[in-house]
Design a protein around this ligand. Structure first.
Ligand code: GLN
Length: 480
């Protein structure tokens, strides 16, 4: 295998025993970018060749990493793949960036995403779509599609994504990599450009579970700059990788295996559950009765928060500013309107309108307030199940990657594809997606594992035990 096809823990072993150097690893990554990036288009900006000290201390983790374009890097353009933020250079580093820099990580570039993370396919990017490395006619998923595609294609060893309703896990599933959405409050959101502040979390995209644990060790933890960040000790997540699921109680929600699920996905997930049973886990069917309201609830709560968060892009403080040729109402209002009309893409505008509507007086009680109440019911479903069970296992998505363009004229069907991932964000709990098979068209399938708040160790433990018993995570796109 080429260096860029290895996992970070394999690379770190080689570096520490002086069998390779970070320069060689970085070169393997940039060689891959030279060959495949013209097709995949995982990045929207590549960094200048970084200079790295080859004599790093033993604790350094000099891993080439891609960063989603909604996470602030001081002095570097951070545009959320939106025209309205073009040219915006944040004056500070996001907390995860500060931590990654301190760990010795090597920043390869900014990865493509749906504009402001609105979407499930990376097609809503002002730079055009990323393509799924497994099949260039298909989407990589979204909104962290560039991050997932970069890792899957070997154009990065690690990537950082953000997950508001599935944006780490769904692209991980579509691209055959591991994606972890931490508990709300586990990773600082400081410097993550806000989409829906009560749902957003930053998390890792990696080639295997061990790497996810290593990256969590770097990014998790309390931050005084994020008031929603939990002041709780961070465990060493690698301690959870014990390859043992004996006696663990795992629930399978009946509501996740009904109409709409692709038979190939169902078969792969069923087989994965069988692997856990053989490992000694006790598997039982459970019910999450409010699942059917999750998509509606999410698209009310998330768009309401988005419309409020996006109010700041008014042409005054950030990025784009446009003024119409002639005065229409008054120069200030005209400038706001012209800037927002030119700067936001169609999906951003749709969400601003949906969110503004459900927050407006007369509709607030019927939509936003009701949405919050149903959100509580969805969360209580999980509280109830986790009283008895250690984890819940589901498919990550009802289907494998769909074709580019397939859902662009049908936003509702795009929204419905998030059905298995959004309850997790509404409830604040952590979840991971790991590769669990391939379709007959050679498209990856993802297995999702959910656990109690702040029990990322349980996710990693089960995911690792599964991985030790299977070979899916070892497949590489360009190795046939
Ligand atoms: N696909 C979902 C949406 O469009 C989730 C996006 C995300 O997690 N950022 O809202």
């Amino acid at each position: 295998m080429k260096l860029n096809e290895l996992t970070a823990h394999e690379i770190l072993d080689l570096i520490r025993s002086r069998r390779t150097s970070i320069s060689e690893v970085y070169e393997a990554v940039t060689d891959q970018i030279q060959t495949t990036e013209k097709d995949v288009r995982a990045y929207v900006r590549l960094n200048e060749k970084p200079c790295h000290a080859d004599a790093l201390d033993a604790a350094a983790v000099p891993v080439p990493i891609g960063i989603k374009d909604n996470i602030c890097v001081a002095g570097q353009e951070t545009a959320c793949c939106s025209k309205i933020l073009a040219g915006f250079r944040p004056p500070y580093d996001a907390t995860v960036i500060r931590k990654l820099k301190a760990s010795g990580a090597v920043f390869v570039g900014s990865t493509n995403m749906d504009e402001f993370a609105f979407g499930s396919s990376t097609e809503n990017s002002c730079y055009g779509p990323t393509r799924n490395p497994w099949n260039l006619d298909c989407v990589p998923g979204g909104s962290s599609g560039g991050s997932a595609a970069a890792v899957a294609s070997g154009e990065a060893i690690w990537a950082i994504g953000s997950d508001t309703g599935g944006s780490i896990r769904q692209p991980a599933s579509f691209c055959g990599v591991v994606g972890l959405k931490p508990t709300y409050g586990r990773v600082s959101r400081y410097g993550l450009v806000a989409f829906a502040s009560s749902l957003d979390q930053i998390g890792p995209l990696t080639k295997d579970v061990t790497d996810a644990a290593l990256l969590m060790n770097i990014i998790a933890g309390y931050d005084e700059y994020d008031s929603t960040c939990a002041d709780m000790p961070v465990p060493d997540y690698t301690q959870a990788l014990m390859n043992d699921v004996k006696g663990l109680k795992i629930g399978i929600p009946q509501e996740y295996f009904v109409a709409g699920i692709d038979p190939e996905v169902k078969a792969a997930v069923t087989a994965a559950i069988e692997v856990l049973t053989e490992g000694g886990a006790v598997v039982e069917e459970v019910s999450l009765p409010h699942t059917e309201y999750a998509v509606a609830t999410y698209y009310i709560v998330a768009t309401a928060e988005a419309s409020s968060n996006l109010a700041r892009y008014d042409g005054v403080q950030y990025g784009l500013r446009r003024q119409p040729a002639a005065v229409r109402k008054n120069p200030l209002i005209d400038m706001y309107e012209e800037t927002r009309d030119a700067g936001f893409g169609p999906e951003a505008k749709r969400r601003i309108m949906l969110g503004t509507y459900s927050l407006s007086s007369g509709y607030y009680d019927d939509y936003y307030l009701k949405g919050l109440k149903v959100r509580t019911l969805i969360k209580q479903d999980f509280d109830h199940v986790f009283r008895e069970f250690d984890a819940v296992v589901t498919p990550t998505c009802p289907t494998t990657a769909f074709k580019i363009g397939e859902k662009m004229d049908d936003p509702l069907s795009m929204y419905l594809s998030d059905v298995y991932t959004i309850s997790v964000n509404l409830s604040g709990i952590p979840a991971i997606s790991v590769p669990c098979g391939f379709s007959k068209h050679r498209l990856p399938i993802g297995l999702q594992i959910l656990a109690k708040p702040f029990n990322e160790e349980m996710l990693l433990r089960i995911a690792y035990a599964y991985e030790q018993r299977t070979e899916w995570h070892k497949r590489r796109v360009f190795e046939r």
